[in-house]
Design a protein around this ligand. Structure first.
Ligand SMILES: [Zn+2]
Length: 969
């Protein structure tokens, strides 16, 4: 799943910055093997006796089913005595009455005698269920009718059999059922779109991850229960049906209905099953290995599908080659769904996307839109291996799917789209999660998750971003070649099966396939260099032990460096933002934290990258030569923050001012990041960090320049929201004065490299936001021309949002934009307009937007979370959005599930930027009230911690900021 979306709004939040996932405002604003050889130790060890024995001993301890009878199973996880092998599914959705009728036959293997079968089922009406033994099937005997018990609290049904099912035998369970097409975004749900002619059309689509396949058909809805699926779909002739596999044939039924039969799938988890009934059109192409790739969209958006086709053909070729494993299906469809909760979902062979994550409109999609679309395609395609072919055993290790897919975005785009210069963007992936991971309420990458809500909460920045960052660190440590071999080994070994953390570490440290291993334990084909790295690794570190410190322990380490002559003293501690060493809780929060950190450093005396593994609290290194400076964490590849004690920071600041190019661009970005992080932990004074940014006027790397600017803008937004007028004015003045040369040289045309274009968007957006006269004038001019042309004028895409935002400040402009919003067929443009509308300074306009979002017609419900998020970032809208959420919580809960990404975005998006004690008290009270109502999320604690951190930051640093500005302007 793709859940994260970078937001181009800058805010001081420790929560949303890491977890804003979907691209809402595009700028950026988601056991085993074959049943026969199932290795059951791990699974069965949890049961000390068979479920039947347990049930017979104490039936009272079991829950009560809806009909008043005792439900024979009390765990959230399913029993493993009956496992599915094959599902035959026949589904008939009716897009007029908005419901579906369906039937299924599940072939199961019984591993131990039992008298019941427990399955997942949610909001389905079971009409009847029956059972046939293998013999019954052979002699075509009718099935025996089963009693069905339902226990909705666990989303389970139990099928009671009259006679015990016998171990090692196969049975066939037949179930007829029906339900409404769901209203939300999960299970088998309806989605609608408007045609150019103004007609509203309905489609039916599935979205199952993590636990919603059970809303579409009764099933063993856990990732470990892999099976094959044969799917048939009935439809009217005006529609088409799509599923994971290609269609084999279509049968015409009485009454003119058509029934499509799809090829049986490979063995896979239920959450990857997908089917869609729609009237979309497509473009297709074939990869060099013969896989047919098609991009589907609603008919009027067909012209926006071509970029996605080009990108997915290129990326699928890349992955087949990189993983040395063929994509196993004959086709791959990517489809843009008009109503979609996350960014995209990797269903095997039928990937579903939010429209803005797949479609590219040359007239209105900006360079960051292109980067986004390419990145989401790269992410979902990587999942066809990481996630689909090899799946985590349980949701606690979702990072094995998501961390890898996020990491593969970097690897694949670097090679397939070097012109996108994605490499220089990757450190932001790590910086985003550090905000969350440096709070005490963070969680380990591999974390316990039991209930559906807890499972949903696992889809967060820690699983995605931190997962990717520690993989990147490990690759840097092992070498790209060794790392790649290891993951190929992992993918080949666990194909069509499930894996856990340890399996990955084992594959990475024993990456020889049997065919090329030697007696020494090294791969014959390894280069000398790689063998040395491995030897180095084996002598010094156990990979599993090392990686456990990153996956089983939450947080991020701080490496404190002190140079004395030729000696470097290193010390590691847990980095906590918002807590300084003087605070009484600091000591307790440090207890038992220790990482095995593969540190790297460079010095003034050579270009060499030095490596060391810091396994202890403190360590000492000897430099071979005298140096003027030392810089740790080369290219920001490591997941740790560095503090230089003594003269360390001063030496680096001097270096930046004298000749910043002596440090690599990514090292400069890392220094800016770490300096401001250290301020929030009370280890560096704010004026020192601000002094470090003074060299930026000469900075030649755009990503480094943007990083510095990001912090200054963040402070501006914070003081502006709090209405601290003197600092706001002075900071505005400083920004416009200091960055004048770069602002003045920007053109209002789409030209230059990706980074040139990113710089243009960012700098002009800030300049207009700060009311810089030439910027406002140019944007106003373009907006008037655009209005006069009735929206036909092509405005350069990189400044489109800026022009709309300036235009939205007048009533006529705002109203016109809202009209265009309704008419536009480009999701990229709609995002820009919606963002612009949300920047209005008039509260009644903001309220109107929220009402439209709640109504879900003009502004789709899928965009409501992003809308509230954006309004909460507007100083005139922050209180409005927060009050709205408090007063409409139950209405919101009807639209989105509690743990879902949109709901988490809404709650953290409207609160986590707060920075006063009164606001903290209010949010706390509200969360306590929710908890009392039974609505609890782990993210609540993170939000409270983020607000406390903001309060402390302001208390401590506002006087310094005020003083620094006075001497700087
Ligand atoms: Zn994903």
């Amino acid at each position: 799943m793709f859940i994260f979306r970078k937001i181009d709004l800058v805010f001081h939040s420790s929560v949303m910055a890491n977890s804003c996932r979907k691209l809402v405002f595009n700028i950026y604003i988601g056991f085993y093997c074959s049943a026969v050889i199932m290795p059951q130790k791990g699974i069965c060890s949890q049961f000390t006796s068979s479920p039947i024995d347990e049930f017979n001993k104490d039936p009272e301890a079991f829950p009560v089913a809806t009909n008043g009878e005792i439900f024979p199973w009390h765990e959230l996880r399913l029993p493993t005595v009956v496992i599915p092998l094959h599902y035959d599914l026949l589904i008939h959705p009716n897009l007029t009455s908005l419901d579906f009728v369906a039937s299924e036959k599940i072939e199961v293997l019984v591993r131990d005698d039992t008298q019941f079968i427990v399955l997942h089922s949610k909001d389905l009406e079971i009409i009847n269920a029956s059972l046939q033994s293998e013999e019954d099937v052979r002699y075509r005997k009718p099935g025996e009718r089963l009693t069905v018990l339902s226990y909705p609290a666990h989303q389970q049904i139990a099928l009671l059999v009259p006679e015990k099912l016998r171990a090692d035998l196969r049975y066939s369970v037949a179930i007829d059922f029906q339900a409404k097409l769901a209203d939300g975004f999960e299970g088998f749900y309806k989605s609608t779109y408007r045609t150019l002619g103004g007609e509203t059309r309905t489609i039916a689509v599935t979205d199952f991850e993590p636990t919603e396949a059970r809303m579409a058909f009764p099933c063993f809805d856990e990732p470990l229960f892999k099976a094959n699926f044969s799917i048939k779909i009935r439809r009217e002739s005006r529609h088409i049906a799509l599923s994971n596999m290609p269609k084999v044939k279509t049968i015409e039924l009485e009454g003119g209905l058509l029934e499509d039969h799809f090829e049986t799938t490979v063995k896979m988890s239920t959450y990857l099953v997908a089917y869609i009934v729609c009237d979309f059109t497509s473009v297709s192409g074939t990869t060099s290995s013969g896989v047919k790739v098609s991009i589907y969209a609603s008919p009027d958006k067909w012209s926006q599908t071509h970029y996605a086709l080009e990108a997915s053909l290129k990326l699928l070729d890349f992955y087949e080659n990189y993983f040395d494993i063929h994509y196993p299906l004959p086709k791959l469809d990517l489809i843009a769904i008009p109503d979609f909760a996350s960014g995209a979902m990797e269903n095997w062979g039928l990937i579903t996307y939010r429209e803005t994550s797949l479609l590219f409109d040359p007239k209105t999609s900006s360079t960051s839109d292109k980067l986004w679309v390419t990145k989401v395609i790269a992410h979902e395609l990587a999942h066809q291996w990481f996630g689909n072919l090899v799946t985590m055993e349980w949701w606690n290790d979702i990072w094995l799917n998501e961390g890898f897919a996020t990491y593969m975005e970097l690897i694949s785009l670097n090679i397939t789209y070097p012109e996108l210069q994605f490499d220089e963007n990757f450190s932001n992936t790590c910086f985003e999660v550090i905000k969350r991971d440096s709070l005490n309420s963070s969680h380990p990458i591999s974390n316990q998750a039991k209930t559906p809500t807890q499972i949903q909460e696992m889809f967060d920045a820690v699983s995605y971003n931190k997962g990717a960052c520690i993989l990147n660190m490990l690759k840097d440590f092992l070498s790209e070649e060794t790392f790649r071999k290891g993951i190929i080994h992992y993918l080949k070994k666990f194909s069509y099966r499930n894996a856990k953390n340890d399996d990955l570490w084992h594959s990475l440290s024993n990456n020889c396939l049997e065919s090329d291993s030697t007696s020494s334990g090294f791969c014959y084909s390894d280069s000398k260099k790689t063998s040395n790295t491995l030897a180095f690794l084996r002598e010094n570190v156990e990979l599993k032990e090392m990686m456990a410190t990153w996956t089983l322990q939450k947080g991020i380490p701080l490496v404190v460096v002190k140079r004395e002559g030729r000696s470097l003293r290193l010390e590691q501690e847990r980095f906590l933002s918002g807590v300084s060493k003087e605070d009484p809780e600091w000591g307790t929060l440090q207890e038992r934290y220790l990482w095995h950190i593969p540190v790297t450093y460079s010095t003034s005396s050579s270009n060499e990258i030095h490596r060391h593994i810091l396994k202890l609290k403190t360590d000492t290194l000897d430099l071979s030569e005298k140096t003027n400076w030392v810089k740790f964490n080369v290219d920001s590849n490591g997941y740790y923050i560095v503090h230089y004690e003594g003269q360390g920071w001063d030496e680096l600041i001097t270096l930046l001012n004298q000749n910043h190019t002596l440090l690599r661009p990514k090292d400069r970005i890392g220094l800016i990041h770490d300096a401001f992080q250290l301020v929030s932990a009370g280890r560096l004074t704010l004026d020192k960090a601000l002094d470090l940014t003074r060299y930026l006027q000469h900075e030649t790397s755009i990503p480094a320049l943007l990083k510095g600017l990001e912090y200054l803008e963040l402070f501006y937004r914070m003081v502006e929201r709090r209405n601290i007028s003197d600092v706001t004015e002075n900071l505005k003045h400083y920004l416009l004065q200091y960055f004048k040369p770069v602002i003045d040289t920007q053109s209002w045309v789409d030209e230059g490299s990706v980074w040139d274009r990113m710089l243009r968007s960012t700098v002009l957006k800030l300049a207009c936001y700060l009311n810089h006269a030439p910027c406002i004038q140019k944007a106003t001019e373009l907006f008037s021309q655009w209005m006069e042309s009735s929206g036909k004028l092509n405005i350069p895409t990189d400044v489109l949002k800026i022009v709309y935002s300036v235009g939205a400040q007048t009533t006529s402009g705002w109203n016109y934009l809202l009209e265009q919003y309704e008419l536009s067929l480009s999701g990229a443009e709609k995002n820009k307009i919606l963002y612009a509308l949300s920047t209005s300074r008039q509260q009644e306009k903001l309220m109107k937007l929220i009402e439209l979002g709640m109504e879900g017609k003009v502004i789709k419900t899928q965009d409501l979370a992003a809308l509230l998020f954006a309004i909460a970032r507007n100083p005139k809208g922050q209180q409005l959005a927060w009050n709205f959420v408090k007063e409409n919580w139950t209405h919101l809960l009807k639209k989105f599930e509690l743990g879902s990404f949109p709901m988490r975005t809404i709650v953290s998006g409207t609160t986590s930027h707060f920075s006063s004690k009164d606001e903290l008290r209010e949010v706390k009270l509200f969360f306590e009230y929710l908890k009392a109502q039974g609505s609890h999320l782990d993210i609540f604690q993170t939000i409270l911690e983020a607000i406390s951190k903001n309060i402390k930051w302001l208390e401590k640093n506002l006087p310094t900021l005020r003083k620094w500005l006075l001497i700087s302007i």
